[in-house]
Ligand binder design. Structure first.
Ligand code: AMP
Ligand code: ZN
Length: 112
């Protein structure tokens, strides 16, 4: 499958790994929008929240459970923002479900 994040998970495209377990891979965003910008992805391919179902919800749960652990590891003790873009109008450019962790400064309250 021609998916850039699947290739990152497989190690075919290099990434700066932050965290990994059986279900989850996290790495630094190549074009950071905040002092700390990490992407957290399921290791199995799924397009977006629109394709979460009974068959993959356990994996998505594992991704969500990993986020506070990753944030702590990154030293985001004052908080952080989690974003998942969904579809064209949501600004999704990579069609493999991913959660952005943004932090390292007081972020703007503006969301759009
Ligand atoms: P989205 O716009 O929500 O689909 O987010 C995709 C994100 O993937 C963007 O923030 C990109 O900067 C990031 N990205 C694209 N290619 C890579 C890559 N090879 N390594 C790390 N991050 C990437
Ligand atoms: Zn993929």
């Amino acid at each position: 499958m021609d998916c850039i994040f699947c290739k990152i998970i497989e190690g075919e495209i290099p990434s700066k790994k932050v965290y990994e377990d059986e279900a989850v891979y996290a790495f630094y965003d190549i074009n950071p929008s905040a002092p700390v910008h990490v992407l957290v992805v399921p290791k199995t391919h799924m397009e977006s929240l629109n394709t979460v179902d009974e068959g993959n919800i356990q994996t998505v749960s594992n991704v969500l459970l990993s986020i506070p652990k990753i944030a702590e590891q990154l030293g985001l003790l004052n908080g952080y923002r989690v974003i998942t873009n969904c579809g064209t109008d949501g600004g999704q450019t990579v069609p493999h479900l991913h959660f952005h962790i943004l932090g390292g400064k007081k972020l703007s309250e503006k969301l759009n």
